[in-house]
Design a protein around this ligand. Structure first.
Ligand code: IMO
Ligand code: MG
Length: 445
């Protein structure tokens, strides 16, 4: 049957969680394959709110298997907290959640390094990370000598390895001007992580083998991308990015599934743009319009609570990431947030040093100088949260979607007009069968 992927096409927080939730019922396995607890999904189901970071939201759909692959960086204490929270509310995790023995493990020094490094970012502007130790853990993975994978926690040489790493990390954090952390005591770390390892043991398997077998067996698999393509370590707005391949190009290396199994890629965009943390954002509206979007869209970070920077839809960026990610169709989320605006702008090109371009710049300094060229469309100035079909949408809302789709170069397959499952319009036949989904589930990413 192959694989469907959901990929964010902006700087994260595109409400991927709602789409994943809607698609879960048509799949047997849901997979998280990159990032870590920098991702945040809030899911409300049956009147209960679940905050998930690492565990795929598929866990809330009985019968669905959930896999966290070796491409993910995993904080054992965080995932245990998530598992405990789920189990205490009657969600079955045993036998349904699988964690890769290849996943790299986050330790207290990664979080200390994250803090120390963000302060001394050379360009003067901080990356503004989520402080979850994501970047330092991926750095150790690539550096190899200080890396620990989940499977290593069960090996006899684990204490020796930790003693060696802690000695090196203490020197490094002190050299970076970081604060001494009492948790950087090798014996304590060994005891804590042995404890986590015991509790996680029932979940740890070789997920690469599991997923390859699932492909051979014709299972329906949904891959849930975290973050967004503009935060991709190689193809995003470097260095203001995350430390994994969060665009479509990261699907294979993160999951271990070769591209030949990928059947469909759905790119997720907001009807506008947001960004958390530092870095250039050409269409940012640091003004009353931006504030209006922030208020209506409740644009505050799920993980860190930071107010998100808000601005107009950037079609130059989204066209780039849709092509980069091999996107077949797009899902436009949070269209309802724009309902009160008399006019809505879309960025169709950039002007850099007097030159008009439509190619997304590879260097962040060029993007910083980019002046957006806008097309102005009339707003619809009426609430659309109870609309259920494309034809019932106000004409100006349809015009906006049509223009957005043409500029991005992909058909719109899903339009979201509110957090509830029912507040979803399916424009094509492909996802039509999820229309009759059970009511009352709300989710957002
Ligand atoms: P979801 O899955 C939005 C941003 C951070 C920071 C940069 C690097 O909810 O869409 P990191 O902690 O990853 O080293 O931070 O990336 N960032 C996100 N922004 N949504 C996310 O995930 C993000 N994950 C990381 O704000 O600018
Ligand atoms: Mg987020």
């Amino acid at each position: 049957m192959g694989v469907t992927c959901v990929i964010g096409l902006q700087w994260g927080d595109e409400a991927k969680g709602k789409l994943v939730d809607l698609l879960t019922q048509r799949h047997e396995i849901v997979v998280r394959y990159q990032g870590g607890s920098n991702a945040g999904h809030t899911i409300v189901t049956g009147g209960q709110t679940f905050k998930l970071s690492l565990v795929p939201s598929g866990i809330l759909t009985p019968g669905v298997q959930c896999v966290v692959t070796g491409g993910v960086v995993l904080n054992p204490a965080s995932i245990l907290q998530e598992i405990d929270g789920l189990v205490s509310r009657g969600v079955q995790a045993a036998g349904r959640l699988m964690l890769s023995d290849r996943a790299h493990v986050i330790f207290p020094w990664h979080i200390a390094e994250d803090r120390a490094m963000d302060k001394s970012c050379s360009s003067g502007e901080n990356i503004g990370t989520t402080m979850r130790g994501i970047g330092p853990c991926y750095a150790d993975k690539v550096g190899r000598s200080h890396a620990v994978r989940l499977g290593d926690l069960y090996r006899a040489d684990f204490p020796e390895k930790i003693a060696h790493i802690v000695a090196a990390k203490q020197l490094r954090i002190a050299a970076m001007g970081g604060e001494a952390d009492p948790l950087l005591d090798a014996r304590q770390v060994i005891a804590d992580y042995r404890g986590y390892a015991d509790r996680l043991k029932p979940y740890v398997i070789d997920t690469t083998a599991y997923l390859l077998d699932a492909m051979d067996a014709g299972k329906r698999v949904l891959l849930e991308g975290a973050q967004g393509a503009l935060l991709d370590i190689d193809h995003g707005t470097f260095p203001f990015v995350t430390s994994s391949n969060s665009s479509g190009v990261g699907v294979s290396n993160g999951s271990g599934l070769p591209g030949r199994w990928i059947e469909k890629v759905i790119g997720v965009v907001k009807a506008y743009t947001t960004r958390v943390g530092g870095g250039p954002f050409p269409t940012e509206q640091d003004n009353a319009t931006g504030q209006q979007i922030r208020d209506r869209g409740n644009e505050y970070g799920t993980v860190t609570g930071r107010p998100r920077r808000c601005g107009w839809f950037d079609a130059v960026a989204a066209r780039y990431t849709a092509r980069l990610s091999g996107v077949d169709t797009i899902a436009v989320m949070l269209l309802d947030v724009l309902a009160t605006l008399p006019e809505i702008k879309i960025c169709t090109a950039y002007e850099i040093d007097g030159q008009r371009i439509t190619q997304f710049p590879s260097h962040v300094d060029d993007l910083r100088r980019a002046i957006p060229v806008y097309e102005i469309l009339p707003g619809w100035e009426q609430e659309i949260t109870s609309t259920r079909t494309m034809s019932d949408l106000p004409e100006n809302a349809r015009r906006y979607l049509d223009r957005l789709s043409r500029l991005v170069g992909r058909p719109v397959e899903v339009v979201s007009i509110g957090p509830d499952r029912q507040q979803t319009i399916f424009t094509g036949s492909d996802l039509g069968s999820v229309k009759s989904a059970e009511a009352g589930r709300i989710s957002e990413a």
